[in-house]
Design a protein. Structure first.
Length: 427
């Protein structure tokens, strides 16, 4: 029997029964690992995970660049310099995304660009199928299939194996090859995302055809079709779909998606079909400034632009036009967190213009091009786990986390729980 001091403690600092601010603290003896430390970006100020003193952290692992996993990491570089482990691509993408976050919300955040630069200077690049050692922990990385550069993480510490899925997708998309967990051993604890635990994704090819049909219909009718999309991953996925289907109408790309697309082209090994992405990016028109943006807004066509949940960015500029015009359309292709403008648009058909919520006149569609596992894939993922691990469900709305955990207990027979914010699991 192990002494209490030899137990492994896993604490959920964020992302518990919510989508956003993912953060997990893993402790064993004098080793402290932080897995992600993101922000929750709604319609107000960004919310950070539970506080951890920077001096207590031995290393940080960032699974991918999206701000709900990376956005608050610079906080740990105000007074300390812990090593940060992530892929080369995630390092580049986190740089541009966190800079953009600072531009929009610097007055709410406890760090500035200097801390971001220090974070980048202390980044140690890793790859899928590679292993690193941090004090008492051995950390192995797996391709997650979520966005380019994304990883899932296996930590061997104190004789226990803990696997953290991060955001994961096991199916192939136009942009990426699905997650690979080949070589994952029996684990004692599996921490698995639950974003779509209650929803099966529709057939992807059918959705692609519907997207082409909707966009063609809008542009043929003289309208502008706005596709709000995450700057990293979803924007490039949409461009690849349009190129794969021979879409012949004008396509513009705006906001952070422009620089993200250029970065991704430089990492062909991270892309399923790098030539398809190269052609798609080359064919699209990259908006170059205010006058160009106004021209794009005035003519029929398609514009792909962040923010994916309409929380700001160039997409908000285009919404000022399309919201008022029955010929125009908004095609949402990303998960919409409750409380965001995109979610309210879907649920209520309203969008805030000049500080006042108004009923939109444009066509509104939501098409599921998720880069997360759906219910079927999550069930298969859990069933594929070896041994009899305890499973903790995270990164989902409360109902999804709780029902997924109940299904795991009832149907698979594993111990399972939907972690609450601040809750600890002791192994």
């Amino acid at each position: 029997m192990r002494h209490m001091k030899d137990k492994v403690e896993v604490r959920f600092l964020g992302g518990a029964r919510e989508v956003g601010r993912s953060a997990i603290l893993m402790s064993y003896r004098n080793t402290r690992l932080l897995l992600d430390y993101g922000v929750l970006v709604g319609d107000g100020k960004p919310e950070l995970p539970i506080h951890v003193p920077p001096r207590d952290i031995d290393a940080i692992i960032v699974t991918h660049a999206h701000l709900d996993h990376s956005g608050a990491v610079p906080f740990f570089y105000i007074s300390c310099t812990p090593p940060l482990y992530t892929t080369s691509l995630t390092k580049q993408l986190s740089d541009i995304l966190i800079r953009d976050l600072l531009n929009l919300s610097h007055y709410y955040l406890p760090f500035e660009v200097l801390e971001l630069v220090t974070m980048l200077d202390n980044t140690r690049k890793v790859k899928a199928e590679k292993t690193v050692k941090v004090k008492d922990a051995t950390i192995t990385f797996f391709r997650a299939g979520h966005i380019p550069g994304s990883l899932s993480v296996l930590v061997e510490i104190g004789g226990r194996y803990i696997w953290y899925s991060g955001d994961i997708n096991t199916i192939d998309t136009r942009l990426l090859t699905g997650a690979s967990l080949e070589g994952l051993p029996e684990v004692d604890l599996a921490i698995i995302e639950s974003t779509y635990a209650l929803t099966d994704h529709p057939d992807r090819m059918e959705n692609e055809r519907k997207l082409i049909e909707v966009l063609s219909d809008v542009v043929d009718g003289g309208g502008l079709a706005l596709v709000p999309a995450f700057s990293v991953g979803r924007s490039q996925e949409i461009l690849c779909i349009l190129e794969a289907h021979g879409f012949e109408y004008p396509v513009a790309v705006d906001g952070m998606a422009r620089i993200a697309s250029k970065i991704l082209i430089q990492h062909p090994k991270e892309i399923r079909d790098p030539e398809l992405l190269r052609r798609a990016v080359k064919k699209a028109h990259f908006v170059t400034g205010g006058k160009d943006r106004e021209k794009v807004r005035k003519r029929p066509g398609v514009v792909v632009s962040p923010a994916g949940m309409l929380t700001g960015g160039a997409a908000a500029y285009y919404m000022e036009k399309v919201a008022k015009n029955p010929k125009d359309a908004v095609i949402l292709v990303s998960y919409q967190i409750p409380g965001t403008p995109g979610r309210r648009l879907l649920d209520e058909g309203r969008y805030e213009l000049k500080g006042k919520p108004v009923k939109v006149k444009c066509r509104v569609e939501w098409l599921d091009f998720s880069s997360h596992c759906g219910r079927k894939e999550l069930h298969e993922l859990v069933k594929s786990l070896k041994g009899s691990p305890t499973v903790v469900t995270v990164h989902g709305e409360a109902e999804a986390c709780k029902e997924f955990a109940a299904w795991i207990r009832d149907e698979v027979g594993f111990k399972a729980m939907a972690a609450k914010l601040g809750e600890k699991v002791v192994l």
